[in-house]
Every structure is written in structure tokens, then in C-alpha cells.
Design a binder for this molecule. Structure first.
Ligand code: MLT
Ligand code: MN
Ligand code: ZN
Length: 303
């Protein structure tokens, strides 16, 4: 299975357009520190690629990837569709930028589809421009596309709604649907090799641990280095955990679980406050000692 990392930053990117924090200032001064919004591309078969999340950077992300550029032929694109882990704006605004397409599919869980079609009204808005097939995404496993050998399944990781959908109708099960945010499992049936992708992870459940145990590669929420980071840096009154992102380090951190995993483990969705945005930060030493990595934009992962 072939994966191309298209971006590794949290909402806002690195640098964020209106931010002069040390992380953003450092990324302006040192272009190699820049990170686009977190996204992946997955090759389902020879001619079909899928994006995992569609970010505000989608145009540049496609243009910068040899595999995703159009041709041969005028309007031929290898891009067949988009798989969504959640309905957050940093993961979905790019859908509207695909309006020049002849048509494409969007795979998403029920609450995410409802949010995009009824709150953002993307279905109605895109209908005069292109054909979008809104397809379900469930616990699975379900095959991806027609000819491909990739199978999809999901692990619910959070009931956190995007802010624009906060006031929407209550979830059918009353308690809040855990399908608002899912981890995506992509498994190649021919080789049995699999990726677990969770750019937002609110808690570490037994089901998520099992998915980590089964995966060959895990790319996970690295928004914040520690739980207090958003409060300390003044970007929020909530802790990382309170914002729906388990931190990397500390007693609630994901590193202590991942360090025991057999899979290759990488962090993505780095916020501009995360010290790991600076390649010289001492936090990289700790991360290396735990056997963990930070994903990089344009990284190619062959499983
Ligand atoms: C998140 O990752 O928590 C969201 O993208 C934040 C937001 O856009 O408000
Ligand atoms: Mn985000
Ligand atoms: Zn910043």
C-alpha cells in the first residue's frame, strides 16, 4: 500500500496567516519548518487515489504531488474521492475546491455527512457544479472503490462536534454519537498490511488499542506536546484533553502507549504551539528515545 503524506499541521497550518507566535515566526524564517494542513493520499489501485481529509491547502497539496497531478489527457485526474475522519473545517473545506471535478465520492460517517450536507450545505452548494456521491463509512470492513484491494474500517474516537454543528439536532442515540470523530483503518487485502490514521484522538479506548496492535503503521494526533500547552501558550482556556486532543507526553499522553506498539508510529496534526515544529527542540530527543517519529509533509510511506 502506498501513502503520500500531504500535510501534518493542525487547523491554521504552520505558519498560520494571523499568528506571530514563536512557532509561526520560526516557520516563516525557515521554510523547511512549514507544514500544510494534515492530510494523506492513498493509492487504491494503479489509477485511483483517495485523499484522507480535504484541507484548505488541497489545491497546492495536489499540485505538489507527482502522483496526484492530472493527465495524460485534458481533464483526467487520478483523484477518485475523499475519506473523512471527522467534519472539522480543517479536514473538510477542501471538498468545495474539488468543484471542477467531473464527479467524486466522499466517504464519511453518518453524523459527519449530515453536518456537511445540512449545516455547511455542501451537497446543495456543489450540486450545480459537480456530482458528489456521499457514501457511508462504518465500522466495516468495507471495500474501497471498485477494483481496488483496500478495505476501510473505523474506530470511534470522539463525540466532539465541530463548532459550527454544536447547536444541531441531538444525536439519535441521545448520549452523543462517538462517530463524530473516527480513526480510519486502511488495510490492503493482498498483503494484509494496514495503516491506522487518527489525526484527532480524544481518548485511548480498548478498541483503539486493539487497532494499534493490529496495525503496521500508526499515524496519530500530535496536536500538542503536553496537556497544559494550549493554556500555557495562551491560545485556549482548555487543556489539550479538554480540546479533544490527547497530548503526546505526560501521564495522559499517547507516547506511553505507542512506545510499546510493534507498528511504526508517527505524529501528525501538529499545532503551531507544539515544540516539535522546531527541528532543534529538545523534545525530539525524548521522542526518538521512545522510538516514535513526527510525520513530515511529502513523506512517502510504503506498507
Ligand atoms: C481541532 O482539531 O480540534 C479542530 O480542527 C479545531 C477547530 O477547527 O476549531
Ligand atoms: Mn483540527
Ligand atoms: Zn502561531
Amino acid at each position: 500500500m502506498l501513502l503520500q503524506v500531504l500535510g501534518t499541521a493542525a487547523g491554521g497550518g504552520l505558519p498560520q496567516w494571523n499568528c506571530a507566535c514563536p512557532g509561526c515566526t520560526g516557520a516563516r524564517a525557515h521554510p523547511h519548518r512549514r507544514r500544510r494542513h494534515a492530510s494523506l493520499a492513498l493509492r487504491a489501485d494503479e489509477d485511483h487515489w483517495y485523499l484522507v481529509n480535504a484541507t484548505p491547502d488541497i489545491g497546492d497539496q495536489i499540485e505538489d504531488s507527482d502522483a496526484l497531478r492530472p493527465g495524460p489527457g485534458h481533464r483526467r485526474t487520478p483523484l477518485a474521492g475523499v475519506l473523512l475522519t471527522d467534519a472539522e473545517l480543517d479536514h473538510t473545506l477542501g471538498i468545495a475546491r474539488l468543484r471542477e471535478a467531473g464527479g467524486f465520492t466522499v466517504h464519511a460517517t453518518a453524523p459527519v455527512r449530515t453536518a456537511l450536507r445540512e449545516r455547511l450545505r455542501l451537497g446543495e452548494i456543489l450540486a450545480p457544479y459537480t456530482r458528489v456521491d456521499w457514501l457511508p463509512l462504518g465500522p466495516g470492513p468495507q471495500p474501497l472503490g471498485g477494483e481496488g484491494t483496500v478495505e476501510l474500517s473505523t474506530v470511534p474516537v470522539s463525540a466532539k462536534r465541530p463548532r459550527y454543528a454544536a447547536g444541531g439536532p441531538p444525536d439519535p442515540d441521545g448520549a452523543g454519537s462517538a462517530d463524530w470523530v473516527v480513526a480510519l483503518r486502511l488495510r490492503e487485502t493482498t498483503t494484509g498490511r494496514s495503516l491506522l490514521y487518527a489525526p484527532a484522538l480524544a481518548h485511548w479506548s480498548d478498541a483503539f488499542q486493539r487497532a494499534v496492535d493490529e496495525a503496521d503503521c500508526v499515524i496519530v494526533d500530535g496536536t500538542f506536546w503536553d496537556d497544559d500547552e494550549p493554556v500555557r501558550t495562551g491560545i485556549s482556556r482548555k487543556t489539550a484533553t479538554g480540546m479533544g486532543h490527547l497530548p503526546i507526553s505526560g501521564p495522559r499522553g499517547t507516547a506511553r502507549h505507542l512506545t510499546r506498539a510493534r507498528a511504526r508510529c508517527l505524529y501528525t496534526h501538529l499545532n503551531n504551539t507544539n515544540p516539535l515544529g522546531d527541528p532543534d527542540a529538545e523534545e525530539h530527543t525524548s521522542l526518538r528515545s521512545w522510538g516514535l517519529e513526527v510525520a513530515a509533509d511529502r513523506m512517502v510511506i510504503e506498507l
